[in-house]
Structures are given as C-alpha cells and as structure tokens.
Design a protein around this ligand. Structure first.
Ligand SMILES: Cc1cc2nc3c(=O)[nH]c(=O)nc-3n(C[C@H](O)[C@H](O)[C@H](O)COP(=O)(O)OP(=O)(O)OC[C@H]3O[C@@H](n4cnc5c(N)ncnc54)[C@H](O)[C@@H]3O)c2cc1C
Ligand code: FES
Length: 301
C-alpha cells in the first residue's frame, strides 16, 4: 500500500497529492508517469509526476477531477493509502543539453510542464514558460513556475487575469523578438499542442508534445494508447508520452480520444450518485441518532 502524505485543493477542479512511494521517487524523471489503482476493484489510471523528493521518498501528482476515479481519489485523506502506484513508466522528456527553451502548459498540462521547466532551470538552462487557462480562478502553480522561469506569461481565454488570448500569441511574439529557442515543449489539450506545433514549424524549432491517450496497461501490451506519428502508429506508454510535435497526427488523436465518452460519462454519473447516496445515508444516520438521544432524554424524565 502507498500512504497519502498530503492532499491540497489547488482550485475547484484540481488536487495536488503527495504519496509515499520511495522506489518510484528514486527513479522518476520529468515526463514520466505512474499508473495507480485506488483499491482492488478500482480501475488503473495514468498520472504524470509533478514533483518528487527522493530523500523523503515522496512523489507528487496533480490531477483534475474528470470522472469516477479522479473524483474518488480527490476525496481521499492523508493517512489513507492507495493499493497500487506503479512506475516510473514511459520515457523522460529529452531535455539533456538544452540551454534555451520554452515550456508551454495548457490547463492541467501545466502540472506536467512544470517539472520540465524546473529540471531545465536546475540544469543551467534559460527557460521561458507560457501557461494558458480558461479563467483566472483555474490558474495553478504560478508561484512555483516563477521560481524557475526566466520569463513567465499566464494567458486566460476570458481575459480575467488581464492577458486575454491563447498561448501561441506570446509564443509567436517571443520567437519574432529573437528568443532563440532550441526547444519548445508543450503539454495540454490536443488542439493547443497542434497550434503550438504549427507555430514552431514555421520557425523551424524542435518541438515536443506530450500525448495522453487512453491507457489500459501502460506497458505496451494492449495497444490502446496508439498515436499516429508520421506514417506509423506508436504506443504512447512505451514510445512516448513525448513525440515530435511536427509529426503527430492531432486530428487522429482527437478522434480516438472521444471513442469511449459514453461509458466514461456513465461511470462518472454512477460515482456522483454513489457519493450523493452516501451523504443521504450519513444524514439519515445523524438524524436517527439525534432522535434516539431525544427519546432517551424523554424516557429518563
Ligand atoms: C500518460 C498520461 C499521463 C496523464 N497525466 C495526468 C496528470 O498528471 N493529471 C491528470 O489530471 N490527468 C492525467 N492524465 C489523464 C488521466 O489519466 C485521466 O484524467 C484519468 O484516467 C481519468 O479517469 P476517471 O476515471 O477519473 O475519468 P473517466 O470518466 O474514466 O475519463 C475522463 C477522461 O479522462 C481520460 N481517461 C480516462 N481513462 C483514461 C486512461 N486509462 N488513460 C488515459 N486517459 C484516460 C479520457 O480523456 C476521458 O475522456 C494522464 C493520462 C495519460 C495517458
Ligand atoms: S497502454 Fe496498453 S499499449 Fe499502451
């Protein structure tokens, strides 16, 4: 079992959780992920390392509550434990030797982009970071990124933080201003990575994108996580998750990403109803206890 060390809500949708997993903490690097299972009956889900502390033996994950498993996980507390926490899986992001880079995070992708920026900073690179969110209440990791970025710009779709627009606008400006990026690494919605790759292709800058298709085993066995890269299908779990952004077929990835939406929505509904039912049961029990106490009081009078 893997004990939960801390749990923190970063906003209404996103949770940061630190887990004691010393073997994983010793080896995991930016870009790599783990597969976890809450209990014996739970489904296995992949989550990327956000941070790790090999000395304390902890791995930090940040996840968005999007469905049955992530909603359940967010309700767990320090002291409780997770059944399986397997990793590191996948390949680390290829950052060795890079001296000037731009790391881009879209929404939750910021949690995955952050360790890349940190690693680059810690290894002497000058790294710019651009992050994008729907609205300012969803902005995460601003303080952590400020500590490692040479320059950081946060964009919002609705302009609620004063910077309205998509991440490619400041990216294009920086490129035009001669930022001299050797590498751009983007993590976020497929559509965002597609447009980042189009921007950097025109400028001839090497670009990595992190592909997060549906994964079942995470070890290259099931074939569920295929991504079309150039003229071949590769497995995101063993060949990725990072791929050459100029070769990924984003439209194919978007089509495959919605294939199981009906089943996922049904599982999410079941989970929400189970939580509601549990709450109603708790309220009923509290009500019964109160009624019992009152009755005992009356009998004693
Ligand atoms: C390599 C990799 C790294 C990831 N890292 C993170 C991360 O750091 N933080 C984070 O919040 N999310 C991450 N994800 C996505 C995360 O795995 C899904 O959000 C999670 O599995 C949802 O499960 P659920 O039961 O809560 O929701 P469901 O209702 O089952 O699914 C909701 C959505 O999550 C995605 N999803 C569902 N099951 C899987 C699966 N087995 N594999 C991949 N995607 C799935 C699908 O897009 C789906 O539409 C990552 C995915 C991959 C492949
Ligand atoms: S998750 Fe099964 S092959 Fe990648």
């Amino acid at each position: 079992m893997y004990p939960i060390v801390s749990v923190e809500a970063l906003n209404s949708e996103v949770t940061r959780m630190e887990i004691f997993a010393p073997q994983v903490a010793k080896k995991i690097r930016p870009g790599q992920f783990i597969m976890l299972r809450i209990d014996e009956k739970g489904e296995r889900i992949p989550l990327t390392m956000n941070d790790c502390d090999p000395v304390a033996g902890t791995v930090t994950i940040i996840f968005q509550q999007v469905g049955a498993t992530t909603i359940r996980l967010a309700s767990m507390l320090p002291g409780q434990a997770i059944q399986d926490f397997v990793g590191p899986l996948g390949n680390p992001t290829e950052l060795d030797g890079v001296k000037r880079a731009c790391v881009i995070g879209g929404g939750l992708g910021t949690a995955i982009a952050y360790p890349q920026a940190k690693w680059l900073h810690d290894h002497g690179a000058e790294v710019d970071v651009i992050t994008g969110f729907r609205t300012k209440d969803l902005v995460i990791l601003e303080k952590e990124i400020a500590e490692v970025a040479a320059w950081h710009k946060v964009m919002t779709d609705d302009g609620s933080n004063g910077n309205k627009g998509v991440v490619t606008a400041p990216l294009q400006e920086r490129i035009d201003a001669g930022a001299g990026y050797e590498l751009v690494s983007a993590v976020g919605p497929i559509i965002m990575m597609k447009f980042v790759a189009l921007t950097t292709k025109a400028a001839g800058i090497k670009t990595l994108v992190s592909m997060n298709p549906l994964m079942v085993d995470g070890t290259g066995m099931c074939g569920g996580c295929r991504v079309k890269v150039g003229d071949q299908y590769l497995h995101a779990c063993v060949d990725g998750p990072d791929f050459d952004g100029h070769l990924v077929d984003y439209d194919d990835a978007m089509r495959r990403g919605v294939a199981y939406r009906k089943f996922e929505n049904a599982a999410r509904e079941r989970c929400l109803w189970a939580a509601k039912a549990e709450k109603i049961e708790e309220q009923q029990e509290a009500h019964d206890r109160l009624a019992e106490t009152e009755l005992e009081g009356k009998v004693g009078e």
